[in-house]
Each structure stands twice: as C-alpha cells, then as structure tokens.
Write a protein that binds this ligand. Structure first.
Ligand SMILES: Cc1ncc(COP(=O)(O)O)c(C=O)c1O
Length: 385
C-alpha cells in the first residue's frame, strides 16, 4: 500500500507512536505557502475545516466546531473550562493518564469534580456511572475518554452516553486518539462536546485542537471560562462574526489539516480509516505474538490505535537499547505509561499501511536477534485472545 505519496524516497523514521504521526507528503506540501490571517483564502480554508469536522461527528445542524491553538490538552482544558460552569461539578471517568489529566485540569480551573476510577486494563462501566450520578445530584457533567491512549483500551462510549443522557447530565468526551477513525456520531451517541486534535487519526500535523460542541451549549457558556486563551465561547463568537481567529492562527497547520481532511474523505471517511487501522493493528498484534510478545489487553477491548505490549522477561531485553536499535532501523515506538505493568507501546495510526507494519515487524525480529533475545514472552503471561 503506497500511503506516503512520495516522489522522493522517505528518509524520515516511521512514527509508530500516539502522535505526532507519520503524515503524507501531500499533507506536508500543503504547508508550502504563506497566508495572512485575514486572507480571504485562509478564511475559506478555516471555514471548510470547521464544517468538515462537524460533519465527521454527525453534528450538522446541532453542533459547531471551535478550534484552539495548541496541542490536544489545550482543547480538553478549553472544553472543561468553558462548558462546566463555575458552580458545576464534573464526574471524571478514569482508567488511564488522560482521565487523570482531566481531573488535574479541574483542579487548575477551580471546578468541583468527583473521580470514578478503574484499573488501566479495564474499561469504564456505564452501570457505575449511572449509580454515581444517582448518588450525587450536584454533578452536572461527565467526562469520558473514548480510546484511553495510555493502554489503547476502547471505552464503551455509547453505553456511557446513554446513562448520562438518561440522568439528564451532559457528556464531554476526549476522543483525541479516536476521532476520525473510531465511529462517534452525535445523532446516535448524545454528547455535549467532543475534543480532539489535528495530528492523530485525521493525519494532519500537530498544533491545532478542536472541540465539536452543541450550539446551545456554546451559546450558553459565556463567562464560564477560567482563561481568556481557552475561552471557547469567545473564540466561537469571534469566528462566527468575522471568520477569523482571535489570536495569531496556526495557519500552516490548518492548511495541512484541510489537505488531511481531503485525504480522509478520499479514503472513505471514518469507515475507510477505521478499516486501514484495523488491518494495521491485526498485522501488528499477530506478528508480535508470533515473536512471543503478549498484549496487555484482550483483543475485544483493544482499539485499533495503539497496542500495549508487556515487557519481555528475558534479562537481555533492555527497552532503551531495543528502542534505539529500532530507531536506527527507521521505526520509532513508544514507552509504556502504565502503573499496572511494565510495558511499551506501538501505534497503528498515521499515514502507514501494510508495507510499513510488515517492515516494522521485520525490524523488530532483527532487533531481537541483534540483542540475543529469542522470545518476547513476558514473565507473567496474560489471557490475550
Ligand atoms: C486521549 C488523549 N487525550 C489527550 C491527549 C493530549 O494530547 P496532547 O499531547 O496533544 O496535548 C492525548 C495525547 O496523546 C490523548 O491520547
């Protein structure tokens, strides 16, 4: 599969990480121009990007897109600070680092929160969310992570959305690593807002976050935000009035994002991207298991985004050395972020396909041979089928 669209051979490493990711040559090329922030052409690009993102979330007529400068965390922080009123309370569902980060955001923004926690290798449970909402009438909003990138686990967002709506509360979703590849449609899954960024499954470059938010919610959010630069209501009002950003826009990132969205549509939208990432994930997991490695998660909980592998038991396996040798062969992987097990991660997303996944597996097998490790088997086998 030729996904790079390169005219010259690729010399950059393949990024098998949760982002920044490998991008296509055409996405990179889209940045080779300069625009003024008030340029008519740039204003049209910005409008198109916002409209396409709303459409991807099935939010036409009900939701709007408010972009933010910065990485994904800026969008999550803007979403929480703008939509949870000062007197509101957020129920934060935590089964990894990004749920924990949302709780920390609440502390910084001075928002009351209650945290509901699960082990990192367990999905959040809608029944426990329903019970927590029943027990605490002060909770106004619920925060959930769609794919918890800490492990790669897919949380049951539709079930959570159902109990949140039934309890008359509002759902805020961090879909950073899932948006554009794991289906999420506002017409089927009721949510007040979802945050994501330019550089994950849409395969743009990094530097823009965005929040798809219900039109009624953003209109009612005036004066909520704890920080001017993270005030989505203010950003939205200005953008609706003038088509322009309040502060210097990341123009090149938006131009690349526009191209990335075009390529996303050409691949068949969310369904097409999901299918490629699933193939990447299947190849990766099967290939790694053939080398003796074990996944943290059983396949039924695994999102086709990033896979956590348990650290091999062989004392000759040192992660830093494994990482460096793989990097020298042209592949960048990612360390683990778990408290439950010693691990490392390999991503399946970005402008990569079967060719890159097979090449990565060949490089991993060669690296194991280099360091004298005959199997990737961990000390404590898990049920990984
Ligand atoms: C689920 C999730 N939320 C939030 C973030 C934070 O995004 P960023 O590192 O771009 O600030 C990430 C990053 O990987 C993520 O995967």
């Amino acid at each position: 599969m030729q996904v790079h669209g390169l005219e010259t051979p690729m010399t950059d490493p393949i990024l098998l990480t949760p982002g920044p990711l490998t991008t296509s040559a055409t996405v990179k090329q889209a940045m080779l121009h300069d625009w003024g922030s008030r340029d008519r052409e740039f204003i049209a690009i910005n409008k198109r990007v916002r409209e396409r993102l709303v459409a991807l979330a099935g939010g036409e007529g009900s939701h709007v897109c408010v972009p933010t400068q910065g990485s994904g965390t800026f969008a999550v922080e803007a979403m929480i600070g703008t939509l949870v009123p000062k007197a509101g309370k957020l129920l934060v569902l935590i089964n990894g680092a990004y749920g924990r980060r949302a709780a920390k955001i609440c502390d910084h923004a001075g928002r009351a929160h209650r945290d509901l926690e699960w082990a990192e290798d367990k999905p959040v449970e809608a029944a426990k969310v329903a019970a927590a909402l029943k027990a605490d009438a002060a909770i106004t909003h619920v925060f959930a992570v769609h794919c918890e990138t800490t492990t790669g686990i897919l949380n049951p967002i539709a079930e959570v959305a159902e109990v949140v709506a039934a309890a008359g509360r509002k759902l805020l979703i961090d879909a950073m690593s899932a948006f554009g590849a794991v289906p999420l449609n506002a017409r089927e899954v009721p949510f007040e807002a979802v945050a994501a960024s330019s550089n994950k499954c849409i395969e743009g470059v990094h530097g823009v976050g965005f929040v798809i938010v219900s039109g009624a919610a953003i209109a009612a959010a005036r004066g909520n935000a704890h920080a001017l630069s993270l005030d989505l209501h203010d950003q939205w009002t200005t953008m609706e009035k003038t088509g322009q950003w309040r502060f210097t826009p990341p123009i090149h990132v938006i131009a690349a994002f526009d191209q990335a969205l075009r390529e996303h549509a050409a691949e068949g939208g969310v369904a097409g991207r999901h299918a490629r990432y699933r193939r990447n994930c299947r190849l990766l997991v099967d290939g790694m298991r053939a080398l003796g490695f074990e996944t943290l998660l059983p396949d039924r909980l695994q999102a086709p985004i990033i896979v956590t592998f348990l650290m091999p038991a062989d004392p000759r396996f040192a992660f830093e050395q494994f990482y460096d040798r793989l990097r020298d062969k042209g592949f960048v992987i990612y360390p683990g972020k778990l408290t439950v097990a010693d691990s490392f991660r390999i991503g399946c997303i970005g402008a990569i396909g079967e060719t890159e996944m097979r090449a990565a597996l060949t490089a991993i097998a060669a690296t194991l041979a280099d360091i004298g490790v005959t199997t990737g088997a961990p000390a404590q086998p898990r049920q990984s089928a």
